[in-house]
Design a protein around this ligand. Sequence first.
Ligand code: G3H
Ligand code: 13P
Ligand code: ZN
Length: 286
Amino acid sequence: MPLVPMKDILQEAEKGGYAVGAFNCNNMEIVQAIITAATLENAPVIVQASQGALKYAGLEYITALTRLAAEKTHVPVALHLDHGTGFEQCVKCIGGGFTSVMVDGSKLALEENIALVNRVLSVARPCGVSVEAELGKITGTEDDIFVSERDSLFTDPEEAKYFCEQTGVDALAIAIGTAHGQYKGEPKLDFERLSRIHELIDVPIVLHGSSGVPDEALKEAVRRGVRKINIDTNIREAFMGAAKAALEAQPDMLDPRKMLAPARDAAVEIIREKIRVFGSSGKAVK
Ligand code: G3H
Ligand code: 13P
Ligand code: ZN
C-alpha cells in the first residue's frame, strides 16, 4: 500500500498498547530486510533515514526504495527522517515524499525548540506529514557522561507536558538513559520518569538508542508507554557479522550478492525478533 503518515501507525499502537519498530536503512538490502521482516510478522513498521543515510544513499533513492517496498506489502509503512537537522531539511524531505520527519531541537533552549517544531508543523500538517521532536539529550555511548551529569540530560516530565501543549507534536523522543551505539555496560533506564511522562502527555513516546537494551527492559518500556522504538546498531551488527562471515568463508569472492544476501537475511532475523519484543507482531491486519 502507499506510504502512510507515522501518526496513523502510532495512534493504533497507543490504542493497542504496543510499540512500533523504527529501523534505520542505508541501502536497498536493508530496506528490503525491514519490509520483509514486517511483512512476515504482519506488523506496521517505520523505515527511517539518518543524516548518514541521506548522505550515503541520497533522499531520492531512499524514498524510491521505501515507496516501492511499501507498495509491495500489505503492512502499513511510514518513511521517517531521523534526527532532522532543521527546518530546511524537513521541508526537503516533506517535498521528497517522506511521511514523517523528526526535527531534533534537543540542543536548543526550550522556547527555541518549541518555535522550531511549530515552524516545521506549519508545513508538515497541511501535507499530512507527521512530526517527531526531542526533549532532553540522548547521548552517544561513546560520550563519556558522568553519572552525576547524566540525570541533568534526562527529560523533565513537567517540561514535556508544557512542550506538548505548546506544539501539538505527533511523537516525542525522550531521554531516560538510553544512548546511540554499542553500550559498554548494561543501560539503566529511568522507568519512573518514563511513567511520569506518560501520565502527563498523550503524545506517543519514542525511545532512541534502543539497540543493546535488554528485551525485558524494552518490554517494560512498552508497558510504561513507549510507542516507537528506534533500532540501528543491532541491524548493523547482524548485517556486517553475516557479511564478514561470508567473506571469511570465501576470501576470493567476486560476486557481491554472495555477501549481501546472507547479510540481508541476518537483518531480517534480528528485525523480526525486535518486532516480537515490541509487541507489534500481528498488528497490521486485524
Ligand atoms: O541516529 C542514529 C543513527 O544510528 C546515526 O547513524 O551514522 O547513519 O548517521 P548514521
Ligand atoms: P541505536 O543505533 O543505538 O539503535 O540508535 C538508533 C536511533 O536512535 C536512531 O535514531
Ligand atoms: Zn536517535
